[in-house]
Write a protein that binds this ligand. Structure first.
Ligand code: ZN
Ligand code: ZN
Length: 215
């Protein structure tokens, strides 16, 4: 298979041929449809040291299940799934056991300390995957696996009530996601022209629907 590979710290990013990975007992093998390119990929490529090298980049992947490990019961071949940044957690620390495994100090991450999604095939623990409905264009929804997940996590953590409001600072790749997804609150962003004095509700405020986001 082909995989977008960072061979060494601050090395070139190249497309390399690799063996198709073999899923472990609790893993799923995905045939990838699309993977977003994130600024974090560039950040990883700029690091002086890598915990895994060569490493396949990418943590915004959409794919279909090709095969599952012997202990996987909730995913079947043909299911559609999304890969996020979180690859593994320890499962035993206070954070992991209280539903906050994304803050686990012992986590590994796709495209950084675990091989990522920017390849024809990728392996991920079944427990880390999110279900993706058919009919949603992979290239458009792939960034939801990073920017969307991050932003919605922040809103969830803040326990914003349905119908409440949130203020978004830094209205970029992450900031726009809550306003284009199932945000439980309306979004208010600083005006580009008068960031200190003028506030506005985006033209497409926080829809609460199941329709796919637009790119
Ligand atoms: Zn990202
Ligand atoms: Zn942990």
């Amino acid at each position: 298979m082909k995989a977008v590979t960072l061979a060494s710290p601050r090395g070139a990013i190249t497309v390399e041929s690799r063996d198709v990975p073999v899923p472990g007992p609790r893993d799923v093998l995905l045939r990838m449809e699309a993977c977003g390119v994130c600024h974090s990929d560039l950040f990883v490529a700029s690091l002086e040291k890598l915990s895994l090298a060569p490493v396949t980049l990418g943590h915004e992947g959409i794919g279909r299940v090709e095969a599952v490990g012997a202990e996987v019961t909730d995913w079947r071949p043909g299911d559609r799934a999304g890969m996020t940044f979180l690859a593994t957690v320890c499962g035993a620390c206070d954070l992991c056991t209280t539903g906050r495994g994304r803050f686990c100090a012992k986590q590994t991450n796709f495209g950084y300390s675990a091989h990522g999604a920017m390849a024809e095939y990728a392996v991920a623990p079944a427990s880390t995957l999110v279900r993706v409905p058919d009919g949603m264009p992979a290239a458009q929804i792939a960034p939801l696996c990073c920017a969307g997940w991050t932003a919605m996590g922040a809103i969830s953590e803040a326990a914003v009530a349905r119908g409440g409001s949130v203020a978004l600072f830094g209205f970029g790749g992450l900031g726009h996601s809550p306003c284009r997804s199932r945000a439980p609150a309306s979004c208010v962003s600083p005006s580009r022209t008068s960031p200190r004095t003028s506030w506005r509700t985006p033209a497409r405020p926080a829809p609460i629907s199941s329709s796919p986001p637009k790119p």
